[in-house]
Design a protein around this ligand. Sequence first.
Ligand code: HEC
Length: 178
Amino acid sequence: MTFNKMRNSITISFSLLLIAGVSYAANESKKVDADAEDFNCLAEMTATGNFFVDNLLGNLPATVAAASSDDGGRYPAGSVVSLIPTEVMLKHNAGWNADTNDWEFIELTVSAAGSVIKSRGTTEVINQFGGNCFDCHSLARPEWDFVCGTGHGCAPLPITRETIIGIQKGDPRCSRKE
Ligand code: HEC
């Protein structure tokens, strides 16, 4: 390798490193901080239709408005959505992740002691039945912002409404002593 070629390749590698570093930082700067304690018993959240919502940034009215809308809507940053205790979606600030409309998919382990985060991420998170959260939720038509609900374009879950309600009522975190 001539000196010039070597210099060019070093410059290119260094630039790639910089680009990667910068995009990671931009991503992280849009993050809404949340850890296991932020994911409460469903009964402590707000019921909207079949699922439950919360907002970690104090903007609950806008989250409830999106969840209650008849024709879709973009959920505001800080939104937390849950149908069953172990599966949660968290909305980060605009620009956090373009593929998921800034949603993070989170799988929890829940017990009377509270929530523990089992896995969290964007397009790669797998639930306890081996299904990829993003693959199913990305089938929701764009106006529904990845929320499947019913009739939004996702394939239905293979469990009945009664089973879902049973799982919701059995949330073990609700019996937790504060
Ligand atoms: C097999 C497809 C599938 C997989 C895999 C899946 N979901 Fe869902 N999810 C659905 C459907 C369909 C609904 C709506 C069910 C209903 O209300 O009847 C739903 C509902 C939800 C809801 C309530 C809001 C909504 O979209 O209606 C949340 C939150 C959620 N899922 C999170 C997750 C997370 C987190 C994962 C991965 C750990 C996951 N889901 C994996 C299909 C799936």
